[in-house]
Design a protein around this ligand. Structure first.
Ligand code: GCU
Length: 613
């Protein structure tokens, strides 16, 4: 962005979201899907938002104008433009957008009839976006309502009172340009898929509603619950005088949450309940019913919705991870948010189901959802299947550690990550970073993220993946000061691939100065599916399988190892992997190809997990 005038820079690369609302429990809400075919305009010079004098373009594409008379000059027309499917990345839908990094304008029209809940003045309506990479602006009928910065978290903008009966123009501008002051920044070993890559919905709620509500089990076995009442109008006291209750439907236990002192609209409760536990491999979900009542008994608003929640404890004890008090070894696999075929952004229940089927075929009880917030379907599906999950922020490699605006956005992304999924028993670990490289301000930046995540959710473990660089020897001590503030120290190491001889691997040792649990959050090797040969020939399936055998032998000898999530379930797209005939734009460390074809190493890991289980 260096070549833009300052005013234009801020218009095109906002550092913070504005006008957006973070709604949780969207799948439990009354929704109208806006998924489908949207018209789109590719706008690499951002003419649709900034005019040639670098001012805000008052007649930009977001106006969705049509000529008013035969002499009227309008140099765009959504109705004559092509279409993209939402949800979905643009790169794999249109070959001309394969490498595109810039702005794309999306437009759909919303037909509202007189009986639509959105037209009921006692309701409130939001446009909710599951995720848009990277920066999105939402316009309704030509008016900008909100701007969101961050490629993987959910956001909403309020449209209450604007969806009158008739036809409305909903335009969303999405810009996926990489910037040094973004999270992630200029480089990542995954494809910078742009677009509305998760669902868009209209969500309608009562005038006074639970913008957030969550319940989970703390390490001592008590249940903790929190809720935020949003009355919209700050002048009313509805947000502070509401009755907020949580009912465990199967037992009928109903708990009234208490207002939180000095936090108007926030409510909390901690209580005991005799509930059957959720266990890895033996999931139990309980129907819970949230209710927020305001005004006189029966006379005011009532907001109520149901959710299905599992209850389990997770904790560390020395170098062990405990689930429900039992030491639990995490037999995991790392997963990118890429669909089971086609090398495209994953979204929806089918992708989640197929990817987690493959993890189950491995015998995994744990999935590392790398390197960013995944689709909500993935986390809810892990909940239903009894799979433990690691959820992660894209604080990856080089970040502008010393820029407070970047920290502000990282903190906002942390809030989206935790607020959306902190009722999910599957989520055991929040990760705030992956392989961050040393730099001025790095530790303070990461410590601020750890503190914020712990503040939002004191019940789960906090981790982050450390990079392992070759030292010439085979004894590795993960003593990065970042590890000192984590509950679990995650180590990415590539002995047998980037460094180290394969036959040396079994004699390697990994320790930390803190005797904390170690998770090998990455290990592995590349192989092109179908390329067969002897195990010393790189890129063969035999080579990859031999690295896995040596790695698994070494890991079995590490006293502090509490689990592993090898890199990675499936080959995935990345601009960093360009070897023709072998990589062709894919990272080949998958245990299955980009079309789901299994490699030899898949069975090596599955056999090891069978023996461990
Ligand atoms: C790193 C990084 C991954 C990357 C992997 C690799 O550890 O965390 O995102 O894909 O190594 O080199 O394949």
């Amino acid at each position: 962005m260096a070549n833009y005038a300052p005013a234009m820079r801020d218009l095109l690369n906002p550092s913070a979201s504005s006008g957006t609302v973070l709604l949780s429990n969207v799948p439990c809400r009354q929704r109208r899907s806006l998924d489908g075919r949207w018209r789109f305009i590719v706008d690499p010079y951002d003419l649709g938002y900034v005019d040639i004098l670098t001012r805000r373009n008052r007649q930009g594409f977001y106006r969705d104008h049509k000529p008013r008379h035969k002499g009227d000059r309008i140099e765009y027309d959504f109705d004559w433009s092509d279409e993209l499917v939402v949800p979905g990345d643009w790169n794999t839908q249109d070959p001309t957008l394969h490498y595109y990094e810039g702005t794309v304008w999306y437009r759909t029209t919303v037909q509202v009839d007189a009986v639509d809940p959105a037209t009921d003045p006692t309701n409130r309506t939001f446009v909710h976006v599951g995720a848009a990479n990277h920066t999105a602006r939402v316009f309704l009928d030509g008016e900008e309502l909100g701007c969101h910065v961050g490629g993987y978290g959910p956001f909403a903008v309020e449209v209450t009172g604007r969806l009158t009966p008739g036809t409305h123009s909903l335009v969303i501008q999405v810009n996926n340009r990489r910037e040094p002051d973004r999270v992630p920044a200029m480089r990542s070993d995954w494809w910078n898929f742009g677009g509305l890559h998760r669902s868009v919905d209209l969500v309608t709620v009562p005038r006074v509603f639970l913008r957030d509500a969550w319940v989970t089990m703390d390490a001592d076995g008590s249940l903790v619950a929190g809720a935020t009442v949003d009355a919209g109008d700050p002048t009313t006291d509805a947000a502070t005088t509401a009755d907020v209750t949580l009912e465990l439907v199967d037992s009928g236990l109903t708990v009234m949450l208490d207002p939180v002192v000095d936090r108007p609209g926030e409510f909390a409760a901690r209580f005991e309940a005799d509930v059957e536990r959720w266990h890895p491999g033996r999931p139990v979900l309980h129907r819970v019913r949230w209710r927020c009542a305001t005004g006189q008994a029966g006379g005011g608003d009532v907001d109520t919705f149901d959710d299905d929640v599992g209850f389990r404890t997770v904790a560390v004890d020395g170098n062990r991870i405990l689930v429900n008090g039992e030491p639990t070894f995490l037999r995991g696999i790392s997963i990118h948010g890429e669909g089971p075929s086609g090398g495209r952004r994953a979204n929806g229940p089918e992708d989640a189901s197929t990817l987690l089927d493959w993890a189950a075929d491995l015998g995994a009880n744990f999935v590392r959802l790398a390197h960013y917030q995944h689709d909500e379907h993935m986390v809810r599906e892990a909940d239903r299947r009894g799979l433990l999950a690691w959820c992660e922020l894209p604080v990856y490699w080089n970040i502008a550690w010393d820029d407070p605006r970047v920290l502000g956005n990282a903190l906002a992304q942390a809030e989206e990550l935790v607020v959306r999924d902190r009722s999910r028993a599957a989520v055991a670990l929040w990760s705030v970073a992956n392989e961050t490289l040393p730099g001025e301000g790095r530790h303070e930046f990461l410590a601020a993220l750890v503190d914020r995540v712990r503040e939002l959710d004191p019940t789960r473990l906090v981790s982050g993946a450390l990079i392992t660089l070759p030292t010439g020897g085979l004894d590795f001590t993960a003593d990065d000061e970042f590890g000192s503030i984590l509950d679990v120290v995650a180590i990415n190491q590539y002995l047998g691939w980037y460094y180290g001889e394969r036959d040396e691997i079994p004699s390697a040792t990994f320790t930390t100065p803190w005797r904390k649990p170690i998770l090998f959050s990455e290990l592995g090797a590349g192989a092109k599916h179908g390329l067969r040969g002897d195990e010393d020939e790189i890129w063969t399936e035999e080579f990859q399988a031999a690295v896995y055998r040596a790695q698994l032998e070494m890991i079995g000898r590490q006293p502090d190892c509490a689990g592993l999530s090898p890199w990675i379930l499936k080959d995935f797209r990345t601009p960093l992997r360009v070897l023709p005939q072998v990589q062709d734009g894919y990272n080949r460390k998958g245990l299955v190809s980009e079309e789901g074809e299994r490699k030899l190493a898949f069975d090596v890991l599955a056999e090891a997990y069978r023996q461990m289980a």
